[in-house]
Design a protein around this ligand. Structure first.
Ligand SMILES: C[S@@+](CC[C@H](N)C(=O)[O-])C[C@H]1O[C@@H](n2cnc3c(N)ncnc32)[C@H](O)[C@@H]1O
Ligand code: SF4
Length: 394
């Protein structure tokens, strides 16, 4: 590759490369969830299913030679339903095709039931060094309402066990739930912060997604969701309490002690390069001087069949235009507390951000320019992020 080609690749990817592996199965479907997750019944040959991951990895490795993997993320669905030997096999396949960075971050999403906690040591032995647990709530009634299959006590035990086995861990909570008050959340979050002493928390406001059972309930007037003002209060309280506890937001919904941020998620938001393996996975690959948006067949067994027939389950492989790349970089990067580098934006999007737009948004306190030249959305601007992004992209 010529020097200018190397420079272009470095600008495009930020020197970041990671792999996302999607495991599409769950023990049951939660009523709020629109992730690509499926409950399968009957016989299942997991080892044969993992063969398909191995083949798809080989396909993408041939398209992205010479890269060094800095992060791997097993997401779902419920990857903690996987046999640890399947995780090990996939990691071995990744190492066979790419170089693995010595400080690679390997995260696995886990549900906090006791059955799954029993597999934690196996995942650690396979090479996983970070887990992200879907606790969702530390109160029994909301856990039941969210259709979760674990108790509060089981979840706390799983968090503690994970902290004792893995060098790094995190857990997710969903807040701004029906009937939840600010006082309820203050108490729950305080407990979560003392439990998450290790350093990372993902805190999501409940969203109503089309195609879920919650969507139908909401439309039938059977879910009392907080109004806009209360949602904003929930958000502000969350920002204040996490910052005070030393886990400030580094992204809209993600909080960490400095240095404990999820490197894999940072790779997405910093608009790096990533391969998506498994049903429904998305990727952004840099090939022949352009960025490609890839998507894989979502249905788990149709995907397996496609891989058997053609070596991969790709259903989309689009070249992005400069304009699309610029828009994506804004959507992703402005979620970050560190903001975006306008010079890199200009090189990727082949256009500069409008100084007039920036000035107008700065005047109303929605964006600011940092001493390093990066532009970021202020705390005041975060609740209206979509509008700020639309203004800057216009
Ligand atoms: C891939 S999902 C779940 C991973 C894992 N299977 C679990 O349930 O713990 C990742 C996270 O997204 C969040 N999430 C999913 N649907 C959501 C929704 N409708 N509103 C807010 N957060 C949601 C949950 O906190 C969840 O842990
Ligand atoms: S929230 Fe997790 S366990 Fe529930 S359906 Fe979604 S991916 Fe599966």
């Amino acid at each position: 590759m010529s020097n200018s080609g190397t420079d272009a690749a470095l600008t495009a990817t930020g020197g970041l490369f990671g792999v996302y592996v999607h495991w599409p199965f769950c023990a049951a479907k939660c009523p709020y969830c629109d992730f690509n997750s499926h409950v399968h019944r009957g016989a299942f040959d997991e080892s044969a299913y993992v063969d398909a991951y191995a083949r798809e990895i080989a396909h993408f490795a041939a398209e992205t030679p010479g890269r060094t993997i800095q992060s791997v993320f097993f997401g779902g669905g419920t990857p903690s339903l996987m046999d640890p030997r399947s995780v090990e096999r996939i990691l071995n396949e990744l190492a066979r095709h790419w170089t693995i960075a010595p400080d690679v971050e390997i995260t696995l999403e886990a549900n906090p039931t006791s059955v799954e906690a029993d597999r934690f040591r196996g995942y650690r032995a396979a090479g996983v060094n970070r887990v992200s647990l879907g606790v969702q709530s530390l109160r029994p009634e909301p856990l039941a309402a969210l259709g979760r299959r674990h108790s509060v006590e089981e979840a706390i035990a799983a968090v503690r066990l994970a902290q004792s086995i893995f060098p790094r861990s995190s857990f997710d909570l969903i807040y701004a739930r029906p009937h939840q008050t600010l006082a309820d959340w203050r108490g729950e979050l305080a407990e979560a912060l003392s439990l998450a002493d290790a350093g990372h928390l993902s805190l999501y406001q409940l969203t109503i997604e089309q195609g879920t059972r919650y969507f139908d309930l909401f439309n039938a007037g059977k879910l009392a969701m907080p109004n806009e003002d209360l949602s904003a209060d929930f958000y502000a309280l969350t920002q204040d309490m996490t910052a005070l506890a030393g886990l400030p937001a580094y992204e809209i919904s993600n909080h960490a002690r400095p240095g404990e941020e999820s490197r894999h998620n940072l790779l997405y938001w910093r608009y790096g390069e990533y391969v998506g393996i498994g049903p429904g996975a998305h990727g952004r690959l840099w090939r022949e001087g352009t960025r490609h948006a890839t998507a894989i067949e979502k249905l788990p067994f149709k995907w397996q069949q496609l891989v058997a027939e053609q070596g991969h389950g790709l259903v989309t492989d689009d070249t992005l235009t400069w304009e699309e790349e610029g828009d994506e970089m804004l959507v992703m990067g402005l979620r970050l507390r560190e903001g975006i580098d306008p010079a890199r934006f200009a090189r990727i999007a082949r256009r500069a951000l409008s100084p007039q737009q920036i000035a107008a948004l700065r005047d109303i306190g929605f964006v600011e320019t940092l001493p390093n030249g990066f532009i970021r959305v202020t705390e005041k601007g975060w609740p209206v992020l979509d509008a700020v992004v639309a203004d800057l992209a216009a």
